[in-house]
Design a protein around this ligand. Sequence first.
Ligand code: 6PG
Length: 243
Amino acid sequence: MASPQVHVFADAQQVAQAAAERFVAAAAAAIRATGRFSVALAGGSTPQRAYELLADQPLRAQVDWAHVHLFFGDERCVPPTDPQSNFRMASLALLDHVGLPPRNVHRMIGEADPSAAASVYEAELRVFFAAQPWPAFDLLLLGMGDDGHTASLFPGSAALKEQQRWVVANRVEKFQAFRLTLSPPAINAARHILFSVTGPAKAQRLQEVLHGPRDPMRLPSQLISPTGGNLEWLLDKAAAGHE
Ligand code: 6PG
């Protein structure tokens, strides 16, 4: 695997712009090559600005949305109307504004029984990525928590060791709740993995993840290492510790 590319920008707005532009480029390349673009969205707050940029001109017109398939890397176990829902955040910022065919939006069913929802989502992925050993998303967006988690792969949680399933219901003790998440091998099968990490609160942990000893049970973001694709980190100066 090629070594991760790390790009540092002045601020979170520039990180969002860079992520949105990479989305546009990846979509154009995938649609040109295969007729479709599969992307797994990250949740949380960091990617919201990038989604808003994609929903607005000039970038919105640069994406052939009819051939875009939107998936989620993880989801909270809540209804899609809940303020905690990643689907709700992505809908308000992006999905509601770009005219995606409904069948192209692949929501994790956060309101269902977590184990059942994980199985249903995995089955949906296996149909979309028919006959492939893993879901090879054209683009997979990730964030990182200040505890080093990514997607819903939290320190010490069972999903960190998942090597067979594509999607699991992961018990997260710190929230006393389940989360739905792609497994590490499912994430690592993506063609292009893009982390966006901003803010001073993450600088210390990010330094450990990128440059510290390997300790993925404590630093799950260290599990992200694409098997055949490439990995980029988009950071602002604050997260990179350059301020
Ligand atoms: C989620 C995300 C999660 C997120 C990090 C960072 O469901 O919350 O998938 O992995 O990327 O928690 O969150 P912020 O962007 O809000 O800092």
